[in-house]
Ligand binder design. Sequence first.
Ligand code: FAD
Length: 302
Amino acid sequence: PFDVLVIGGGPAGATAAIYAARKGIRTGIVAERFGGQILDTLGIENFISVKYTEGPKLAASIEEHVKQYNVDIMSSQRAKRLEKKDLIEVELENGAVLKSKTVVIATGARWRNLGVPGEEEFKNKGVAYCPHCDGPLFEGKHVAVIGGGNSGVEAAIDLAGIASHVTLLEFAPELKADAVLQDRLYSLPNVTVIKNAQTTEITGTDKVNGLTYIDRETGEEHHIELQGVFVQIGLVPNTEWLEGTVERNRFGEIIVDKRGATNIEGVFAAGDCTDSAYKQIIISMGSGATAALSAFDYLIRH
Ligand code: FAD
């Protein structure tokens, strides 16, 4: 059996694998897509000590770093079930069952897409999902935020300090964000809020130049000229496969303590699949290191 089996090959999982392997213990990593979300990222400017890099480049150097160590890498494999017996068993979709004394779950998350024409086409060309990451690229420009929940309203407040104008579009008749956030939003001079707005298309040529929506009250179609669209309709953790085993909150995020421990002994979790407060590369890496060190601590006590 493995001493530490990591599920997920993004920044959190890769970091956990390196930290575990450096203890000289038997380490494995299962990853559907090694690199994770950063493979879909163009510019990265907040990975401290590296002024600018690009997702695929960072993913390649993370993989190279993991390969420096004695880690059993199982790529293009999906975990589908976890069960705690004497050891922890993880069943893969190909039918194989892996056994380990400890497991670090780092299966990450995915942004919920709008699913309208132009969204896929203009990803990284004006369509963005992360205001902390891409906000500064829209300095002095007009951007839209789609989604009036807490994350959408927080994004709009954040972007209002950078962009020339922010238009927030909410599908429902009311914003769902906390009242304090809404008050803050409405106090800003360069923000427009449009409710009952169903976004139907993101337009552009080589990059985004506008957005089309239907006013759900009148049925009228409108077009706004702008340079950026931040989609903020939810970040979904990849934890469906843990149904009935590892404890999750109502958003599906794995509940961890400050050591990365879950409700199951010997099972730890890290990164965007957990209930961590913020979802960023540097934060995922930190929590991956924490989870691996906790797994090692568990091993020396059992
Ligand atoms: P992920 O990166 O999501 O990796 C999850 C891993 O688990 C993947 O290898 C996946 O294939 C695998 N996996 C999932 N389910 C299974 C399963 N059942 N079995 C096996 N493997 C599985 N953050 C920044 O700090 N700066 C930025 O500039 C930035 N820009 C971003 C831009 C975009 C477009 C996106 C989408 C995100 C961006 N982020 C940025 C956020 C950052 O990418 C994430 O916070 C980070 O990648 C999370 O790392 P993670 O390892 O927790 O999860």
